[in-house]
Design a protein around this ligand. Structure first.
Ligand SMILES: [Zn+2]
Length: 491
């Protein structure tokens, strides 16, 4: 009789707390870590991790996999990069709660970004049950998305809610919090979320706060108005009494503003507001072309290179092509070319825009309270490589090639820091009795293989991925295991 189900031998244990890595073994029984350190007994399966790091499974705090975990529950693009828990419902966008009107809107509104779904649920609790029934390969937790609440209650009304409408949104959020959501997210550059004023968001955030939930935000402005937008998000947390997560923190289009935004955040922390941030390790963003064009008009596209990532119809003609190339081929100014693409493709395209400065990215990555969030869009076509490569890219770039973080510190950001903030219990640290979400990788070879032209490439150097005690990937291959759970807040 073996003593354990799985023993990982002779690895360098990087436990997620930022404690110095140390040589050791790790044993798993059922879905839990049974021992860490020196393991005398035998495992039914033994893995030799000599020369490799053994770390808690990575937590991707910023995903748009809400529909993907049901539609494509293998979520290979996550498992293969060592992600064992996805945070869903970001940027105010998502798939629940759903009404008939929202189901219709979703097809052209959020669907092109999140991927197709019939949304065969109504409440957040029913959606969580559907995720569970789909048996995704990775775990998930979720925000209740404000853009969905607002659409369900008010449609595309560009005004403040009436008292009754606000009460209805609060009730829907309350239902989501009782179902186990981790808080509420907003996307304040996207409609209909952008129509909300601060007071509406404070009232809603108070509902999340009652349950110990957090306020996650794609803030109102990530460009010239970055500092004011950061202040608004902090004030919402402060007034509502909840923690704040600033999504994909960046200084876009204008460079260097993170020099001032990070101290602003640090001062809020000193006042006792629990503000943290996340980042993806690339200088290009990706979003809906229609939304970005609405925000930046042609100037934004004239100022920086942009690539069409995915379209509905003319894939050969547009996907993977620079907007400037397309405009030249068409003999049109950039703005007119974009209008033509949007019209032909029914506003569904997603775009990649090179609008950040590496110095800002490095400054944000290095911040003590910054986590890893891919912001990957599980769309068709040629999605931003962050979908496949975010976690390995951090380890490759910022730990090995252009050192900014120790391995231990990078792993802490991707695990325990993320778990504590997102109300994910007993995960994110390799500790006896905690869940067996584990990644084994080679710090010398780990690398992001995805590129803008060929984004669907699994990373190198991720050797084993274990989710709830089951081996989900080994030596570059995904297994049949689909051991992920829909995690309820604090459960
Ligand atoms: Zn966003």
């Amino acid at each position: 009789m073996p003593d354990y189900d799985l023993v990982i031998r002779n690895g360098r244990i990087v436990d997620g707390t930022a404690a110095p890595g140390r040589a050791g073994d790790l044993a798993v029984r059922g879905d839990r870590i049974a021992a860490v350190g020196s393991v005398p007994g035998r495992g039914a399966r033994e893995i030799d991790a000599q020369g490799s790091a053994v770390a808690p499974g990575f937590i991707d705090v910023h995903t748009h996999d809400d529909a993907a975990v049901v539609r494509d529950p293998r979520v290979d693009f996550k498992i293969m990069q060592g992600v064992t828990t996805d945070v869903l419902g970001n940027c105010g966008a998502g798939v629940a709660p759903a009404s008939d009107a929202f189901r219709t809107y979703y097809r052209t509104g959020m669907g092109p970004i999140l991927g197709e779904s019939d949304l065969p649920w109504s409440t957040t609790a029913e959606y969580f049950a559907a995720v569970e029934a789909a048996h995704p390969a990775c775990n998930a937790v979720a925000y209740v998305p404000h853009g969905v609440l607002r659409y369900v209650v008010m449609g595309m009304e560009k005004r403040a809610p009436t008292d009754a409408e606000l009460r209805r949104m609060c009730d829907l959020l309350d239902e989501g919090m009782r179902a186990g959501a981790i808080g509420m997210s907003t996307g304040l550059v996207y409609v209909p979320g952008a129509y909300a004023r601060t007071d509406e968001l404070v009232e809603l955030a108070k509902v999340a706060a009652r349950y110990g939930g957090i306020y996650g935000s794609h803030i109102r402005n990530e460009s010239g108005g970055l500092l004011e937008a950061v202040e608004e998000a902090i004030s919402i947390g402060e007034r509502a009494g909840c923690g704040v997560q600033l999504s994909h923190h960046k200084s876009a289009g204008v460079f260097g503003l993170t020099e001032r935004s990070l101290p602003l955040i640090a001062r809020a922390r000193e006042r006792g507001v629990d503000v943290t941030i996340d980042v993806y390790p690339y200088t290009a963003s990706s979003s809906s072309l229609a939304a970005m064009f609405r925000l930046g008009r042609e100037q934004a596209f004239e100022a920086a290179p942009a690539i069409i990532a995915s379209v509905k119809y003319n894939k050969e003609r547009y996907e993977g092509k620079y907007v400037s190339e397309i405009a030249a081929d068409l003999g049109l100014p950039i703005g007119d070319a974009i209008r033509k693409i949007l019209e032909e493709e029914e506003n569904t395209p997603s775009v990649i825009m090179f609008i950040m400065d590496e110095a800002d990215v490095r400054r944000v990555v290095a911040d003590d309270h910054c986590m890893a969030g891919s912001d990957g869009l599980p769309s068709e076509g040629k999605p931003h490589p962050r979908l496949y490569g975010t976690m390995p890219a951090i380890l490759q770039k910022y730990v090995r090639d252009e050192p900014l973080l120790t391995l231990e510190e990078a792993v802490r950001k991707m695990t325990s820091l993320a778990a504590a903030k997102h109300r994910i219990k007993d995960r994110g640290v390799l500790r006896e009795g905690w869940y067996a979400d584990i990644v084994v990788f080679d710090p010398e070879t780990v690398a992001d293989a995805a590129t803008y032209q060929e984004p669907r490439q699994y990373p190198r150097g991720i050797e084993y991925v274990v989710v709830n005690g089951q081996v989900a990937a080994e030596r570059g291959r995904q297994t049949a295991a689909r051991a992920g759970c829909m995690l309820r807040r604090g459960q």
